[in-house]
Design a protein around this ligand. Sequence first.
Ligand SMILES: Nc1nc2c(ncn2[C@@H]2O[C@H](COP(=O)(O)OP(=O)(O)OP(=O)(O)O)[C@@H](O)[C@H]2O)c(=O)[nH]1
Ligand SMILES: [Mg+2]
Length: 457
Amino acid sequence: MYQEDTIAAIATPPGEGGLAVVRISGPDAEKIARQIFLRPNGRDNQLRSHTLYHGRICDPKNLQSIDEVLLTMMRKPRSYTGEDVVEVHCHGGNFLVRQILTVILTQGARQAEAGEFTKRAFLNGRIDLAQAEAVLDLIRAQTAKGAQLALSQASGELSKYVGELREELLDILVQVEAAIDFPEEEIELLQRHHLAQKITALADKINLIAASYDWGRLFREGAKVCICGRPNVGKSSLLNALLGTHRVIVTPVPGTTRDVIEETLTLDGLPVVIWDTAGIRDTDDQVEKLGVELSRQHLEKADALIVVLDGSVKLTADDRALLHSAGAKKLVMAINKSDLPLVIDPGLFETGEHRRVVRTSALSGTGINELKKTLRELIVGCPIEPPVTVTNLRHRSELVRSADGLQRAVDTLDRGLPPELAAIDLSDAREALEEIIGMVSNDDILERIFSSFCIGK
Ligand SMILES: Nc1nc2c(ncn2[C@@H]2O[C@H](COP(=O)(O)OP(=O)(O)OP(=O)(O)O)[C@@H](O)[C@H]2O)c(=O)[nH]1
Ligand SMILES: [Mg+2]
């Protein structure tokens, strides 16, 4: 699987730029560098490790200069891949960079495949699998929080925690295996109970970080919030109030908003995509009908809803129908127009973990901060902050698999079945944890992970 050859690739994106980087990794990296790199005044080409040199890249065939560059050589094992690595920092011209790569390839390097540098870093033990995957997340991060989570994972925080969970699991396995090895000392009831308790506690910890996946996704990708309600209740006015600008047209005419308006805002670090939609009601107007259909589609897609109700009038059948169609979705009911006398009866509303009520006035701004706070709590809704956050679906599936294995072991012990059976479940739970950090891995998994990287990383 791991070829000991020398690979090279352009590490920066295509297109014109101030600078570009070409990377070489493998046993011939230094040899190739010395063949194509000339220092000023023909100074000798011995390269010290981790030092930046100024010079020119030349085609060794005709000694023609290609570009003026900075070059650095990182001798193994103190490099990204754990092999000898050379980086050429050249000018960022499309043609120029490809010419430099071509010269490197004609000196015997092979074009690197997607993610091959990082794959080598993993295979050489520089980083584990979870860290390698975090490198990709870091490159793709869209928000400050997403980048921060990826960086902590790339520096090994998740791996460390999973390693600790694995140690705990190994301790438990030792106790169960002792019971298998010494069957005459059949595990007593008390011991069984004690073991089952320990396993449950471990499963709780694993479940908590598995649940952090949804939490991490929200911070990485942003939460989707849909403002909905019947016409004229003040949806667009509320969006304006939340944004603090006059973004959307507001009129006393019901049916003003026809299309979905998308905006973004940040709720105490949580990125939110927010949609203002057409008022939902039965209508014969063709254009409005289309708008209502769009509103329903966005309502479905949202992570949470702001259902706007007009507090200055009685609850209508349209309001009830909308609240009913929201089903189990997380929602905040904004009882709007609180500057007018309260007519609606808030006592009628069913509240709960997923349903909150806030009184607002889009006109005066009263309750808008409360609405933001409630919305954030509702979306993030994580009572105990997890010690680490899982951002990768593969990691979450393995954690769930591990917790399931632990639960099966608890059942086995509780039912007084042979400890051998519990040991099988515990081993499966252990393997799942090991697959996260790549202590056990197979070619398929590696192929899937690294092929989604870009070339040159
Ligand atoms: N008194 C008062 N009037 C408000 C408030 N919010 C909105 N309005 C008024 O209610 C009317 C409708 O407001 P919009 O924001 O256009 O309502 P909407 O829900 O977006 O309406 P459609 O787009 O037609 O569905 C406007 O005349 C607003 O000025 C409020 O908090 N208090
Ligand atoms: Mg509107």
